[in-house]
Design a protein around this ligand. Sequence first.
Ligand code: HEC
Ligand code: HEC
Length: 275
Amino acid sequence: MTGGGHIVLTIAALALAGCQQPATPTGARASFSLDGADYNGVEAKLAHGKRIAVLLGCEACHGATLQGTNVSADEPEMGDMNAPNLSLLMPRYSDAEFERALRQGIPKDGREFWFMPSEGLQFLSDADMAALIAYLRTVPPGGKPMPPLKKGPLFFRLIETGEMRPAPEIAARFRREQPADLGSDHAYGRYVAMLVCSECHNSKLQGYVDFTPDLDIAGAYNIEQLDHLLTTGEGLAPRDLGMMRSTVRARLNRLTPHERAALIAYLKARAERPQ
Ligand code: HEC
Ligand code: HEC
């Protein structure tokens, strides 16, 4: 009796879901969370959300007040990679629509979506996502809307070579191609790498030609040296690591010591894996 009713309801719900856009994507979210996701109370939840917004670059690209920036301002050939004013947009997004933008690379207005790194963000756990959304909703609206993203000549060339693809396509590739799985001892460190490092070091951490090295380079470092790199941005050689250095100083230094240790152990093990 109740079973039958349940089935009817389920079918009705499925039919309903079929005519709407699926609001909450399935799939890629990890069963791991960043440290602090076991928050108790609103304050701890917001603090956790704030750390995620810094660590994962929302503030680096969308601006410290989330009022938007042109991410490619120092590279005019790329065009204008305008990261929108999230402080104005958050009130218009439901939680489910926001998750879809982050996890699937489909913004609320459904436009083709470029440059926004859904490929790593799709792996956020539900607890991390909830804290991030809660925090972003506390940022006061301000500033003006950003103009739309504008593709320049270099951007079009990168589309032709396949290096630049719409966000949903890159996200799908990152679900198919993942960093080496080195067993349960290294699962957490691997997760941190997928969430935090893959944005620039690619799906399997193999690097991007003319941009970033394969993280096998971690094999040349010892644990203390990697810890130094990930807290100061200074590498083994005395040269300035450029974007890696500035990214550590702006974002990556927000990893907790526990997250950093797990990540470093994974990177060392990955560098030493049999090929
Ligand atoms: C590397 C830079 C970069 C990072 C990091 C980044 N974004 Fe974005 N984001 C963009 C760009 C560029 C767009 C606009 C893409 C477009 O219009 O095709 C965008 C668009 C968005 C949109 C869609 C807004 C709209 O127009 O409806 C949301 C929501 C968003 N980002 C949230 C976030 C959050 C939350 C984070 C952190 C977890 C984040 N972004 C990290 C660059 C970035
Ligand atoms: C925003 C982009 C970006 C992110 C995110 C990023 N990196 Fe990098 N990384 C770079 C770039 C660019 C280089 C190349 C720097 C150079 O050679 O000048 C680099 C280089 C490196 C190197 C080599 C340093 C050397 O001795 O040559 C290591 C190791 C490294 N990154 C580790 C990491 C780890 C671990 C993470 C995640 C916690 C990470 N990176 C996240 C951009 C990034």
